[in-house]
Design a protein around this ligand. Structure first.
Ligand SMILES: Cc1cc2nc3c(=O)[nH]c(=O)nc-3n(C[C@H](O)[C@H](O)[C@H](O)COP(=O)(O)OP(=O)(O)OC[C@H]3O[C@@H](n4cnc5c(N)ncnc54)[C@H](O)[C@@H]3O)c2cc1C
Length: 346
């Protein structure tokens, strides 16, 4: 279910990170009747599998002889569908505070607030952050007329947009934003693109129709005043230095992973990883758990299957926070009619 914007929510468990481990955690929690909200800074589920290697074949998922990163994500999404998790994409889990009732309140960078008795950190290698170009005066324009993602297309309606980059994001947004902007330039340092061929073809069709100005060269200067871009200066061997007019720039130079705000949540860490107990995957803060690549314990292996195991133990330990007055019965999916009913299978 997509998020409708700045809102307040209550749930059983807040999961920070929608990578493969965060997604499987929804399933393990769902089996025990616990609801979950999942947050990710990315615009879609899948973490590293979807962002770094969607077409690579994974060969060590139990019982799956081979499966691509994206196929694994698609299957995990189908598996958790019966539990109707709420996703909050393109939001950074930023502040975490303990409430008087013992619950946690998590607030994102766009102000969405979620309250729950349990927080599960499934932040993997950290939140994906945009790689920034090395240009003078960058911070003067950032957030005002220079952006690294499209959160709402409406923000760009009627603008003269310059898109920088040569990968899937740059090409997708060249095609998708084109109908709403007043003018558009696509800037890339060479005349070869790394995106899907179908999108490359769509982009060239827009160039041929005069709807996109394709400019080849390195961006060397940002021009404008008071945070408002007027143009960027490009440099190429053929043309030397030249300006491309724009009032808005979208830079898509890829992503890097950074630990981000989790480091400030007062949890014991070791080498940028969160220390956990291997019985429960609880951290040094009661009610906060950590699973997947971001957790640390002796012998930890950064593998998807390790994260799946950690999810099951975490869910059983979480149950006691979310349902303090109920007893948890261990059940197999093969024989529990209650679980089969939840999953809609008989
Ligand atoms: C090229 C490559 C090949 C690999 N091959 C294999 C393989 O064959 N087999 C295998 O088992 N493993 C493989 N791995 C490792 C595997 O991808 C990881 O173990 C797995 O992705 C970890 O899952 P995760 O859910 O813990 O974290 P991730 O996949 O890293 O997902 C974490 C998510 O949390 C989000 N996040 C973090 N902090 C915040 C925050 N504060 N707010 C909002 N969102 C946040 C991030 O944006 C990210 O989407 C490979 C990794 C790479 C890079």
């Amino acid at each position: 279910m997509p998020d409708a914007g700045v809102q307040s929510h209550k749930t059983d468990v807040i999961i920070v990170g929608g990578g493969p481990v965060g997604l499987f955690a929804v399933f393990e929690l769902g089996l025990l009747g616990l609801s979950a909200h999942v947050l990710d800074i990315l615009d879609r589920p899948g973490g590293q599998c979807a962002e770094l290697y969607p077409e690579k074949v994974i060969l060590d998922i139990p019982s799956r002889l081979k499966i691509t990163g994206q196929e694994l994500v698609n299957d995990l999404m189908s598996q958790i569908e019966p539990f109707h998790p709420t996703f909050h994409f393109q939001q950074m889990a930023e502040r975490l505070e303990k409430l008087e009732n013992g619950h946690w309140r998590l607030v994102t960078d766009v102000g969405t607030a979620i309250e729950a008795p349990v927080v599960v950190i499934a932040g993997g290698g950290g939140s994906f952050m945009p790689k920034k170009p090395k240009l003078e005066r960058l911070d003067e324009f950032e957030g005002k007329s220079l952006f690294y993602s499209v959160r709402k297309m409406e923000q760009f309606r009627g603008k003269n947009v310059l898109i920088a980059g040569g990968g899937d994001s740059a090409l997708d947004w060249t095609v998708n934003l084109n109908p709403v902007v007043s003018g558009m330039s696509l800037v890339h340092r060479r005349n070869e693109f790394r995106g899907m061929q179908a999108t490359v073809d769509q982009m060239y069709a827009l160039v041929n129709a005069g709807k996109v100005n394709l400019a080849i060269g390195d961006i060397v200067k940002l021009n404008g005043e008071n945070g408002q871009l007027r143009s960027v200066t490009l440099k190429s061997t053929e043309k030397g230095e030249f300006d491309v007019a724009c009032d808005t720039m979208l830079a898509f130079y890829g992503l890097t992973m950074k630990l981000g705000p989790i480091a400030d949540w007062g949890i014991n860490m070791e080498n940028n990883r969160v220390q956990v107990s291997t019985e429960s995957f609880e951290t040094s803060s009661p009610g906060i758990f950590c699973i997947g690549d971001m957790c640390h314990y002796p012998g930890k292996l950064k593998l998807i299957l390790s994260g799946f195991h950690e999810s099951a133990l975490m869910a059983h330990a979480c149950f006691h926070y979310a349902r303090p007055n109920q007893k948890l019965r261990f059940e197999h999916t093969t024989s529990s009619s209650a679980i089969q009913a939840k999953l809609g299978v008989s």
